[in-house]
Every structure is written in C-alpha cells, then in structure tokens.
Write a protein that binds this ligand. Structure first.
Ligand code: SF4
Length: 193
C-alpha cells in the first residue's frame, strides 16, 4: 500500500493554512502577492524604456503639404507636449524621432539621410502621409517611392494628408512600441539604415 506523501504539518509546521486546507489566502499573503505593483518594482530596462517613451524629442522634416498638418500638433488645439514631445524643432541635436512629412524628392534624399545620421541612437522614424510612405500619387522619376528606401521607418501614418490626430496616434503607437521594449526599426533590419 502506498503511503501518502508527507505534508509540512507532519514535520511540525502547524500553521492555520495547513490545518485548514480550504481556507483562502490571508490579507497578508494577498499583500505580498501584490508587492510588485504596490511598491512599483521594476527593472532598469523597463524604467529607461518608460522614460524614453514619455520624452520623445522630434526632429521635424517637413517637405510638402503634410508638413502643415505636422506643424499644427504643437498648437494649443493639439498640444503634443501632453505626450512628452515638448521639444519640437528642426534640428538633429538631442532629437530621437525623425518625422518625415511630405514627398521626398531625390534631391532631398541626401540631406535627409545626413540629418538621420546626425541623430544619436536610439532613434525612430515616422513616415507621415502617402508620399513619405510610398511616393503617393507622384509615381515619377523625381520622387523617392517611400522614405524607407533610405532610412528604417518605425511607424507609417496613412492619409493624404493625415490629420494632426492621425500623427498623434502614430506618436502614441510609437510610444507603445518603445515602452514594450520593441527595438528601433534599424535594429530589426540589422543595419543602421
Ligand atoms: S500625402 Fe498628400 S498632403 Fe501629404 S505631401 Fe503627399 S500630396 Fe501632400
């Protein structure tokens, strides 16, 4: 006949839970289980990703009609500062998000790539509008058929032009990616392009 396995109380541990198996966890045990969320325990990686996601510094690269919609997101009506993107300027200095808005003529490809190269890593790119994403209606020899031919794009915002709300949604989606620890697109591709 099989002997039943020894229980802890057989070793002399006579706690209330062991003597009363159907009793649920005590308040103290519940509090211990919730300790991580109660104290806000985290890892350095998660904390850095949270800070990066909430402090995006855009470098604007306005090229055509989409740029007008992009500019308006700093206005009182849209107020991109609410999402941590307070510093909104046309400079790669300290910027970590390149917003390409408008069609990219081949002539502008080299300056755009130069600005991208001047940004420090980690860095992200949003292609705003049909033209930046795919050349849009300008299927001709002068326009680059998608900025992802020269830089790695993290988020494409569709539309012609996308409304400012759409660009804000693109930025929020990017924040979600950053906070979730998704590497920048150039990392996924395995090359800094
Ligand atoms: S997507 Fe439309 S609005 Fe934007 S740059 Fe192209 S043509 Fe202009």
């Amino acid at each position: 006949m099989n002997e039943r396995p020894k229980r802890l109380r057989d070793y002399g541990l006579n706690t209330e839970r062991l003597l009363w198996p159907t009793k649920g966890p005590s308040v103290f045990e519940n509090e211990l289980g919730d300790l991580e969320s109660t104290l806000g325990l985290t890892t350095v990686e998660k904390a850095v990703a949270w800070a990066q996601g909430n402090s995006i510094w855009p470098d604007t690269f306005g090229l055509a009609c989409c740029a007008i919609e992009m500019m308006s997101i700093v206005s009182a009506r849209y107020d991109i500062a609410r999402f941590g993107a307070e510093v909104f300027r046309s400079s790669p200095r300290q910027a970590d998000l390149l917003i390409v808005s408008g069609r990219v003529a081949h002539k502008m490809s080299a300056p755009l790539r130069q600005i991208y190269d001047q940004m420090l890593e980690p860095k992200w790119v949003i292609a705003m509008g049909a033209c930046a994403s795919s050349g849009g209606m300008f299927d001709n020899y002068t326009v680059l058929q998608g900025v992802d031919k020269i830089v790695a794009v993290d988020v494409h915002v569709p539309g012609c032009p996308p409304r400012p709300e759409a660009l804000i949604e693109g930025i929020v989606r990017l924040q979600e990616k950053i906070k979730a620890g998704v590497p920048p697109a150039y990392d996924i591709r395995g090359v800094a392009s």
